[in-house]
Write a protein that binds this ligand. Structure first.
Ligand code: COA
Length: 199
């Protein structure tokens, strides 16, 4: 018997937005992000009103931030329309922007923070959220920083790569997805960090 789930997924593609981002990619990404903030206002650490006021320069500096990569899901049945996204803030980004990651996590290794995971409601429940997260894992596995060249092989092996994120405790759907993808809870007061190693 044919696997219906696989057939459904065939017309979706997941890819990284090339940096520096083109004008067209910036326009598509800002529309997608604003739609996410309008559709699920309680699930992100930002608001529709705040980001609606972003200038093109702010969108560009956010998307092209050094150490940030952004994945997109496109629906090839609908002319390549962008219907899902997720970003990873890698070690270089986290060094240069304010964040509230607990020190105990920061000390553990090379960190990658998942932010802005969103799948359009019409396309949920088909495995796309998981595919975005796994695309992130593949990126992290293959990641190596230029300066790592100078580190001895023994020390390279000691550096643990960690993927982490913060998801509201009320957001049961997202937390179930992350748990399914191997993330464990990191209790830190009210904050709801989840974390997993990638090797
Ligand atoms: C969370 C979100 C990205 C999931 O996207 P999705 O494409 O529907 O997720 P998937 O189909 O890949 O689901 C994978 C697994 O996650 C879990 N899951 C996803 N949505 C769920 C829900 N609403 N309730 C319970 N479990 C859920 C299930 O275990 C599912 O596996 P299963 O289908 O085999 O049971 C999507 O619902 C969304 O964009 N939500 C709003 C934004 C958001 O919460 N972002 C995360 C901020 S931290």
């Amino acid at each position: 018997m044919e696997d219906v789930t696989k057939l459904k997924l065939i017309h979706y593609a997941i890819f990284l937005i090339p940096i520096p981002s083109s004008e067209s990619d910036l326009a598509k990404f800002s529309s997608l992000r604003l739609l996410a903030l309008r559709t699920d206002p309680s699930l992100f650490g930002s608001t529709y009103a705040r980001e609606l006021a972003f200038t093109p320069e702010i969108w560009r500096s956010s998307l092209d931030l050094d150490g940030r990569v952004t994945f997109v899901v496109s629906d090839d049945e609908r002319g390549g329309k962008w219907i899902g996204t997720m970003s990873l803030l890698g070690p270089d980004a986290l060094r240069n922007i304010p964040h509230d990651i607990p020190k105990e996590i920061l000390r553990r290794g090379e960190l990658f923070n998942v932010v802005g995971l969103w799948v359009h409601p019409d396309h949920r429940g088909q495995g796309l959220g998981s595919r975005l997260v796994r695309a992130g894992f593949d990126y992290v596995k293959n990641y190596s920083r230029g300066s790592m060249e100078d580190i001895s092989m023994d020390n390279k092996l000691c550096i643990e790569k960690l993927v982490m994120l913060k998801a509201s405790k009320d957001n049961e759907g997202a937390r179930a997805l992350y748990a399914k993808e191997g993330f464990l809870e990191w209790e830190d007061g009210d904050a709801a960090w989840m974390i997993r190693t990638v090797s």
